[in-house]
Design a protein around this ligand. Structure first.
Ligand code: ADP
Length: 630
């Protein structure tokens, strides 16, 4: 039982604590107001009832005294008939009197209206009835006594009037008086109205609370939830409450705001996605390798170039530790700097590393810390990898070239200077033949010098991108001119120079001077790298266009073949590079390393390519195709 009471109390306490302070205060205020109102009502009802009772008492006392004054002499005379007649008249003339009883001094009722039955008295069996007087009845006093008393028929005012003549107590007259009906009715009415007022107050307060909850609290709660959702970034939040007035307007504005925010967010996301795609495309297409790692050395992003350089193609390196993935040469160099950068000890670093795996190359690695937007903390490290293999090679070739050119320039210059000096100082002492010989050498050296300078100029002219005219050129004429130039040279070296040009060759689209330069370079090289007794041939013939061939238009092929020293397959690509000379490693024959660069440049200007087949010790053939002139 106690436990049940306890749980009920707890349930009520819980229920009560669920309400807000405002609601609690409102409930308490309502209770106080309703209690005050009910108190006032009860007070008013009591006052009115007491008033009515006082009036009834006064009226009863007056009526009793009046009646007693009239009947006392008759009772003294014992004239009961007169008493009865008078009483009957009095009773029937007034509606206020409910009953009248007369009792003698011993309390025995000797007459009463309306329930007096004389037959009973006249019969042999006399039933004696006694009046029941109130306990506090003063007895033989003059003054009447009045009391209110409830009967099953309603309230009644009892009046007891002692009948005394000359101080002699004859008995008592008891009159029952109906209470003032209007007073009773108005009292009831007032009470009902006040109860109604009491109930109305509660009903109104509860109604006001419900309406308040439905029209104000609910929308405000929904708005609050909505605003919180927006604050959390959920812009899809809408409020669906069909409300008018200012709250309705507020809800409309809220929905409008949420919609704008949602659209703005969508637009932002689109822009961000587009930017991300742009960046990703940029990162994936840049020539440099890019690897982004976080502070724990985990790979976040890696572009295709970096994958290729580090041999990560087909490996899923994202998410793994970069130090476990890097080639050992790189790992050895950058592990320490990476940790230093992650702890903020340094901001950037640069390395030049030679890789043997997966292919031989030289890379420049740049490390840069990636800071957050406020540039306060380190978010990660960007590793940029530049493949500088070619740069290094070119640089080496350039240094080689400069030393070559200086050497090439210095030798003829020195020779020219010393021969001229000798001629100048001792010219008269020398024989004519000697002088002729000296001058020939000077002339030869000047030619060498001119050739070198011309080669450098030619190449720079070709590489400067100036345009040349392409006309219809007679190939056989160009070939013949070349052969004429080199015939003597070949004879000197004991090399057979052959011309194998197909008859009636059509004209080709070319630039005559440039074509001559190509042929001269190729034939010059062939003679240079072929030993005595060897053969050098220039061939030209028309290609029959094959249906499956790339070139549908008819073309002419030109070949320069020799039976010279040949070119090792690993050098076959490099010989076309500027300044590259196989004999740089051998240092035997003179040359600039520019001839084949010039050839490739010119042939590419013709919209075609120069090819070669070569075998060391057997010989070399260079060939290219030219389109026919229109
Ligand atoms: P160079 O002025 O040294 O001849 P080139 O650019 O003309 O420069 O040639 C580059 C290199 O290619 C030469 O140094 C030589 O090693 C090689 N080469 C060119 N032509 C031949 C050939 N016909 N036979 C063998 N080696 C050749």
């Amino acid at each position: 039982m106690l436990a049940l009471l306890k749980t009920i109390r707890e349930a009520i306490a819980n229920w009560w604590s669920d309400f807000t302070l405002q609601t609690k205060l409102l409930a308490v205020a309502t209770l106080v107001v309703s209690l005050v109102m009910s108190g006032l009502t009860f007070w008013a009802v009591n006052t009115i009832q007491q008033d009515a009772r006082l009036n009834d008492t006064r009226f009863g006392r007056d009526l009793g005294l009046l009646l007693a004054a009239n009947v006392t002499p008759l009772v003294a005379e014992n004239n009961l008939t007169a008493v009865a007649q008078f009483s009957q008249r009095f009773y029937s003339s007034t509606s206020s009197v409910r009953y009248m009883l007369y009792a003698d001094e011993s309390g025995k009722i000797f007459f009463g209206i309306p329930f007096w039955e004389p037959e009973v008295e006249n019969s042999l069996l006399t039933i004696e009835r006694r009046i029941q007087l109130p306990e506090d009845y003063p007895g033989e006093d003059d003054k009447p006594m009045v009391r209110q008393h409830m009967t099953p028929d309603g309230a009644v005012t009892d009046v007891f009037v002692p009948l005394t003549v000359d101080k002699k107590y004859l008995g008592v007259l008891a009159i029952g008086i109906n209470p003032n009906q209007t007073a009773v009715i108005s009292t009831n009415f007032t009470r009902d109205v006040t109860i109604a007022v009491f109930i109305t107050i509660w009903v109104m307060v509860i109604l006001a609370g419900v309406i308040n909850a439905l029209t104000i609290t609910k929308p405000i709660k929904e708005l609050l939830v909505g605003v919180k959702q927006i604050a959390y970034g959920n812009f899809k939040q809408r409020i669906d409450l069909p409300l008018g007035g200012e709250l309705g307007e507020l809800i409309l504005s809220f929905n409008d705001m949420a919609e704008r925010l949602e659209r703005y967010e969508e637009q932002n996301i689109e822009e961000l996605t587009a930017e991300k795609a742009k960046l990703e495309t940029l990162v994936s297409t840049i020539a440099d390798g890019a690897v982004l790692i976080d502070n724990n050395m985990q790979v976040i992003l890696v572009n295709p170039t970096a994958r290729r350089i580090f041999g990560w193609e087909g490996n899923d390196v994202v998410g793994s530790n970069v130090l476990h993935q890097l080639p050992s040469a790189v790992q050895m160099e950058i592990t320490r700097p990476l940790y230093e950068m992650a702890t903020g000890e340094c901001e950037s670093a640069e390395f030049r590393i030679h890789l043997n795996q997966p292919t031989k190359r030289t890379v420049r690695i740049l490390l840069t810390t990636v800071l957050n937007l406020q540039r306060e903390s380190i978010k990660g490290i960007a590793i940029t990898v530049q493949d500088i293999t070619r740069e290094v090679e070119l640089n080496e070739a350039k240094s080689q070239f400069i030393s070559n050119v200086s050497h090439e320039l210095r030798t003829p210059l020195f020779n020219i200077k010393s021969f001229i000096e000798t001629l100048h100082d001792y010219g008269e002492d020398l024989s004519l033949d000697q002088r002729q010989d000296f001058l020939k050498t000077v002339n030869h050296e000047t030619d060498r010098l001119t050739r070198l300078v011309n080669d450098v100029l030619d190449l720079s002219k070709l590489e400067s991108g100036r345009s040349y005219n392409f006309d219809a050129v007679d190939l056989s004429q160009a070939i013949e001119q070349t052969l004429r130039t080199y015939q003597l040279n070949a004879k000197d070296k004991g090399i057979e120079l052959l011309q194998e040009v197909a008859p009636n060759l059509p004209l080709v689209k070319s630039n005559y001077d440039l074509l001559l330069q190509v042929l001269a370079n190729l034939v010059g090289n062939a003679l240079k790298f072929t030993k005595a007794g060897g053969k050098v041939a220039i061939r030209a013939y028309q290609l029959t266009p094959k249906s499956n061939s790339q070139h549908k238009s008819p073309q002419v092929r030109i070949e320069v073949a020799d039976t010279g020293i040949g070119i090792a397959s690993e050098d076959q690509q490099a010989i076309f590079d500027r300044f590259f000379r196989v004999e740089n490693r051998v240092h035997t024959l003179e040359g600039t390393g520019l001839g084949l660069s010039i050839v490739r440049n010119i042939i590419e200007r013709h919209g075609t390519k120069v090819h070669l087949v070569s075998e060391v010790g057997i010989g070399t053939t260079f060939w290219f195709d030219l389109t026919l002139a229109e």
